[in-house]
Design a protein around this ligand. Sequence first.
Ligand code: GLY
Length: 358
Amino acid sequence: MIKLNINLEERSYPIYITTDYASIGKSIASARLQGKLVVITDTNVDRCQFDTFMDSLTQAGYKAEKYVIEAGETSKNLETVKDIYKFLIGLKLDRNAALIALGGGVVGDITGFVAATFLRGIHFIQVPTTLLAQADSSVGGKVGVDFEGSKNIIGAFYQPKFVYINVNSLKTLPVREIQAGLAEIVKHGVIRDAEFYEYIDYNIKKIFDFEENVLQYMAKVNCSIKGNVVEEDEKESDLRAILNFGHTIGHAIESVFGFELLHGECVSLGMVGAFKMAEYLEMVDEDTVKRVIKTLKNIGLPVKLERMDVDKVYNQMFYDKKIKDNKLTFILPKGIGEVIQCSIQDEELIKRVLHDLV
Ligand code: GLY
């Protein structure tokens, strides 16, 4: 088992990277969690993985209650939160209780939000089962829900007691979900670590073949890149914004296309847009842009979206929660491995980039 630490003073926590659920009990004991446990999961994970997870908990001498939400982004709202609160009230939990988020980003974000607010804060554990959640959303403490069409607009920064990544949980996922998760991993290489980017590019086939050593190494480097950024700027006052690479355009596409495209697919398109913009601003050369596009295509991610309405996506960009004084901020590459934040107000340039994606 690999162990990484996220160092955030009294909110510090370990990330365990492993190939099964056998050590979940030991991890709970190490975190000194002694109260009631409640597993929050979704209908997909309940079908494919819950029993294996629960068997490991039982073998370690733990009991847990279970609450299942409907799988999918449409569940990530205050109604679901309200239903979970009612369930937890029925269990008469106290502040020693811990919620276990067993699932993807939706389960992790909702569970973390409930944990942050129920009884003014109870413990929570992230057990991410999708690549997107293992690569990004389970690390760093961003929790929350969507509200009236805006993604993650209600939320908090609330760190888990630990993150437990079983890389073999990815085997139950559709290929499209793996591809989407890889977008965030490529993103982490591009923003901070050229060597890691090369590693991913070189090992795409092995990732899709679920080679355990590759998956574990990928999770380790990926989580340490993200963890280091979070350690430097937990609440996104500055540096953490680089994690939004590909998201300025990506989030707008995601909002316009509703729930038709996966988050990672939108980030892929957003990263292509950011590279094209950097090329027009002479920050990167054409070969680098072609290289990244090739990597994304090899993974099976979209690099163009023919049915995209450029004006609609452009206008949607101004509804992002990260916008300041109505100015768009882009995270732009200076090459592979380094990015900078730029405020861009040149409508013509932005629309030129969006047209490149069509
Ligand atoms: N997914 C971006 C962040 O955690 O800050």
